[in-house]
Design a protein around this ligand. Structure first.
Ligand code: ATR
Length: 282
């Protein structure tokens, strides 16, 4: 129940009405009997500064930040987490110290680490946009041995690869055109797809790789969560590879944000149930 003492955390973005985060976090607060509520605010880009100042004045405890504010919000913060700063985008703000974090990449890494450790692995990442950027720096931070970034536009892959190399978190990062993917899969331990290929309603897209080029020891993560089992994950299963579903990235980015705001471990099973219900995956 919302009371006079209830702590508020919120999502800001534009638009926000279809977000899965409010039910996921509110279920977590309920489960742990915490006096918190999570709401969503639609903030026009021109109002971002006043939204942050207003939130401070209202003693709001934390924000999740989504499109289009993930980059522009950084100028209103006092501190940015080291990896978030390398990524150049934040999705979580802790109002205790006005510090920004990026839990999107952590979410992907934790999802993959449910199945296999990233340390010492050969990782292939498809796509070189915002999601790939967030995930790449965390894959480097978690100790991957080698990383190759593949993209339709190879120049973008090359730029991201050189940014990740320059971070010092990993050695040289390779890049190539996504059309060359099959040449990289034989030696890969983990394939991460950050492209929208196979996303609803284009569920019958041609996958970025097929079962013939995958192997049993490969772990395949698809950041697309609608549908739950994408065309790429179907191919992975056919090849005997281990699938990691996009919903897990949503879950673990939320769990990390929860921990940042409250200092407590998130009840991930409960959050996953809420997420599945919101996404109609029950
Ligand atoms: P996000 O924030 O989800 O990463 P984005 O920044 O728009 O979204 O990036 C989308 C990525 O998917 C890009 O790497 C894009 O490739 P280009 O840079 O060549 O545009 C990639 N992508 C989009 N549609 C694709 C498709 N049909 N096949 C292969 N890659 C695709």
């Amino acid at each position: 129940m919302i009371k006079g003492s209830t702590n508020i955390v919120a999502l800001i973005g534009h638009p926000v009405e279809h977000s899965f985060s409010p039910p996921m976090h509110n279920r977590a607060f309920e489960k742990l009997n915490m006096d918190y509520a999570y709401v969503a605010f639609d903030v026009e880009p021109a109002n971002l500064k006043s939204a942050i100042e207003g939130a401070k004045a209202l003693n709001i405890k934390g924000f999740n930040v989504t499109i289009p504010h993930k980059i522009s919000v950084m100028e209103f913060l006092d501190e940015i987490d080291e990896v978030a700063s390398l990524i150049g985008a934040v999705n979580t703000i802790d109002f205790k110290n006005m510090k920004g974090y990026n839990t999107d990449g952590i979410g992907a890494v934790k999802a993959i680490e449910e199945v296999t450790s990233i340390k010492g692995k050969n990782v292939v990442i498809a796509g070189a946009g915002g999601a790939s950027r967030a995930i790449s720096f965390y894959i480097a931070k978690y100790g991957a041995d080698t990383m190759t970034i593949l993209n339709r536009n190879p120049l973008k892959a090359q730029n991201l690869a050189s940014d990740v190399s320059n971070s010092g978190l990993i050695g040289e990062v390779k890049s190539d055109s996504i059309s060359e993917i099959n040449a990289y899969l034989a030696d890969a331990d983990i394939l991460i797809d950050t492209t929208p290929v196979g996303m609803h309603p284009n569920v019958d897209d041609e996958p970025i790789a097929t079962s013939q080029n995958m192997h049993e020891d490969l772990v395949v993560f698809d950041a697309v969560y609608n549908p739950n089992e994408t065309v790429l994950l179907k191919e992975a299963i056919k090849a005997g590879a281990k699938p990691v579903y996009g919903i897990k990235m949503l879950l673990y980015q939320g769990a990390e944000s929860f921990k940042i705001w409250t200092g407590r471990d998130a009840p991930v099973d409960e959050m996953e149930m809420a997420l599945r219900k919101t996404l109609n995956l029950e």
